[in-house]
Ligand binder design. Sequence first.
Ligand SMILES: Nc1ncnc2c1ncn2[C@@H]1O[C@H](COP(=O)(O)OS(=O)(=O)O)[C@@H](OP(=O)(O)O)[C@H]1O
Ligand SMILES: [Mg+2]
Length: 323
Amino acid sequence: MAYEKELQVGIEASLSAAKLCQAVRGNIPDRIEKQDRSPVTIADFGSQAIICRALAEAFPNDPVVGEEDATALRSSEMSEQLAQVTEYVKQEIPNVSTEDVTQWIDHGNGEPSQRFWTLDPIDGTKGFLRGDQYAIALALIEEGEVKVGILACPALSLDLAPPLNEEGLLFVAVRGEGTKVRSLKTDEFTAIRVASPDDEEHLRFVESVEVAHGDQSQQSAIAQQAGIKSPSLRMDSQAKYGAVASGAAALYLRLPSPKQPDYRENIWDHAAGVIVAEEAGGRASDMYGKPLDFSVGAKLFQNRGVVVSNGSLHEAVLAALNK
Ligand SMILES: Nc1ncnc2c1ncn2[C@@H]1O[C@H](COP(=O)(O)OS(=O)(=O)O)[C@@H](OP(=O)(O)O)[C@H]1O
Ligand SMILES: [Mg+2]
């Protein structure tokens, strides 16, 4: 098995971050607004601190390109939030100081390089705040290719045998070695595959809950043209990739919103999910059929929109988009 140490460290840190998120979520925190007006919570900061600390210890030479930075947390107006983040991190790592926490968070402000990690400490923060889906998404990228993906979805369950039908799943994929899933509560993994072409029951598509993150009317039209008759399943975060990888849905569409036609996707919003779907037999591309290019920085500058499918549906979707 390749990337054994990366997997072990990444899984352990993601499980610990998931515990922190679940603890914070029992007591829904304040929404803090970032400069771009998107929300962040103390759980986003805590999750990034825990995962970056583990990566810094195990792989000191690997940069981490993460979503959050600690600049705002260090300001005097946010001292109360910093104290709260530190208290939650202490439940996972005893004896930490506020300085440790801000330093670990800032370890996640690295630059993409030949080998690096990308981290979304809470993907779908809006879903997290609403009490819906969210994910902790960690991926290792080498030479522009995603090699390892670890995707924790603490609020997701699948229509599979117990315990996978209970809330809290962890998807793991290594390039060339398939995708597997386990419950957050037990450590037994099960291999998963995308929906087969003749699986009528799961011939449906997933899309974002947030209308600003895609073009929902175009997404419905394209899905219909590709032969999907049922309405979409709306789901926050990269949990959507888990749905496609496990065969719960056959397609994930994310077409640029007409309000932000030039939006470029962040690598941390897709890297872990893409390998989870691909290694389960699926296919991911942009809306023109171009593979997602993780070699050009912190955003997918060379791509527009995202299409993820069970593979067999892909050409029909691209043909509909091409029209
Ligand atoms: N305009 C636009 N278009 C596409 N994507 C955008 C846009 N604006 C924001 N974002 C990113 O969307 C991430 C949330 O993913 P989802 O849309 O799948 O989930 S959700 O329905 O919004 O909860 C969200 O990630 P998080 O900030 O980690 O939640 C953003 O990075
Ligand atoms: Mg995100």
